[in-house]
Design a binder for this molecule. Structure first.
Ligand SMILES: Nc1ncnc2c1ncn2[C@@H]1O[C@H](COP(=O)(O)OP(=O)(O)OP(=O)(O)O)[C@@H](O)[C@H]1O
Length: 311
């Protein structure tokens, strides 16, 4: 199939199907299936050793699967006619010849990939590195190296981006920049698949998540749906000097009430207005009433509990 004949429905879509990788003693990835849609940022999450990097490496034809397939726009990476123009990837912190300038590093890649060298300047501009274009790589900070890696991934103006831990080593400003940059790429209709350990960051960045543990799929879907599917649901934090009286009143309404180590009541099964009304009716004084939605970190820990990542 040529680019012109590509099926519009599969364009930019990543499909992982029954993917398995058996190393000598470890089944790093075990019958894994998921899809990644264009126009969205998808967070690829899992504890250490869950199989994320192995999966991404199989997607990019750097590791041969034991079984199953991984395709991008309906084709295996190895079968893409012009892979750099289709897929941009960063699998580890960017490395370059120490004495080479940022712009020359990118020009070397352009030359090898048959891309015009003007793309090097455009990609540097895209990641905000133009002021450092002529500085040598050895003088780059970790954050600048990460940006250079992204610039390299963007050289072919790819419609699919695959990034393994791109926020590693970035300071808060760098992380905020990365978030805006990746969201914008998705907004342009590109497919953005990002693995990360930074769950709070993923909650801000990702539209969808794919969560794996011990090489297997645990959950996939839109972030909101995954958060909403948790049995625990929202809980309300309540501080009161009359905890016992309020607990009795809430239990009468079938609420579940537990107490944390600071004596704060954690209430589920009823919402904040219901708790406020019950407190008023019981003559109980309230010092705090806060609804806490489950966050990705809590959900992740709950979903992956007992599925030790390190194998
Ligand atoms: N080349 C290899 N040979 C043998 N075992 C390997 C190889 N590569 C990975 N593994 C094992 O496969 C499992 C999955 O590793 P992988 O690096 O894919 O996990 P990960 O989710 O990316 O982890 P982390 O978050 O720690 O980077 C681990 O148990 C790892 O030790």
């Amino acid at each position: 199939m040529t680019d012109g004949q590509r099926s519009p429905t599969s364009d930019g879509q990543i499909v992982v199907s029954g993917l398995t990788k058996q190393y000598k003693n470890v089944r790093a990835v075990n019958n894994l299936s998921f899809t990644v849609a264009p126009g969205r940022v998808t967070g690829f999450l899992g504890p250490n050793g869950a199989g994320k990097t192995t999966t991404l490496r199989m997607l990019l034809n750097l590791v041969t699967p034991t079984a199953g397939t991984a395709t991008i726009s309906g084709r295996r990476y190895a079968d893409l006619t012009d892979p750099l123009r289709h897929v941009g990837a960063i699998l580890e912190a960017s490395s370059a010849h120490k004495g080479r300038t940022g712009v020359n590093h990118l020009r070397v890649i352009c030359a090898a990939a048959g891309l015009p060298k003007s793309r090097a300047d455009e990609a540097l501009e895209l990641v905000g590195l133009t002021p450092a274009a002529k500085r040598k790589f050895k003088g780059y900070s970790l954050g600048m190296k990460q940006r250079l890696g992204i610039a390299a991934a963007m050289l072919g103006d790819p419609r699919v981006l695959i990034l393994d831990e791109p926020a590693n080593g970035l300071d808060p400003e760098g992380i905020r920049w990365m978030r805006g940059f990746l969201k914008n790429l998705a907004h342009e209709g590109r497919t953005v698949l990002v693995s990360s350990h930074l769950l709070s960051e993923m909650q801000l960045l990702a539209d969808d998540v794919v969560i794996i543990a011990a090489g297997q799929l645990v959950r996939q879907g839109p972030v909101e749906q995954v958060l909403g599917s948790m049995a625990q649901g929202a809980q309300v934090r309540v501080r009161t000097p009359q905890a016992e009286a309020l607990t009795t009143a809430l239990k009468a309404q079938s609420a579940t009430v537990t107490t944390d180590e600071h004596g704060v009541l954690l209430v589920s099964g009823v919402d904040a207005p219901t708790i406020g009304k019950a407190a008023l009716a019981a003559g109980v004084e309230l010092h705090e009433l806060t609804t806490e939605r489950p966050d990705l970190e809590r959900v992740f820990l709950e979903l992956t509990a007992g599925k030790a990542g390190i194998r």
